[in-house]
Design a protein. Sequence first.
Length: 244
Amino acid sequence: MKKIIFTLVLVISSTAILAQTYNMKIIQGKASTYSFTSTVDSISFCNTATTPFVCGNVILYGGETYQTVSIGSQCWFQKNLNIGIRTDLSSGQIDNSIIEKYCYNDLESSCVTYGGLYQWNEAMQYSTIEGSQGICPNGWHIPTWAEFQTLTTSVSNNTNVLKAIGYGTGDGAGTNTSGFSALLAGISSSGVGFFSLSNSAYIWSSTEQETIYAYALFLYITNSGPGWPYTDQAHGFSVRCLKN
């Protein structure tokens, strides 16, 4: 009897027969790798077609799972991006072919909860072209200012429906009826530090203003309307990915 050690890489649907045969744990829409040992003389495989992406599926990227959500005509990541190597705010983010992130108060646990904070150039991976992929996975991109406006228009400019429940208060209390699940993740600023956690969120767009500013979507604790500041690209803001 031959002992054969092999690895399967599968992209399968939730009804795949192989999952039942080999007792694998499958999450719909993910590509998973499994290694195991068999004591059989021969092996045959059935082919499985790649499942087309449907908004609502889960994306695996950089070791993180991202639920996706359809809002109006758009498909979004349901949480802030958390990709890259954490660097202290005092160290800065530079063009070195390594994705770098800040975590609120320089704590990795903050990135786990709120996602990373990125300077605009780092988020864009040093491109200035609107709609660039930036630090998003293939098939996704940093939303343009116009695409953010499409998002807020689709929810009647009521950002409370974009905020996660428990974020915001009074007239700005989140209901999350859109499923966007925005967190008031705060910001970072060189020479100032981290601030505004639980009070506000700034989410970068890929639209530049002049050469040192860029637009962002602004959400505030007591306000249900969107803000559209253009601000210094050196600030550290949250990033959401939008499907191409």
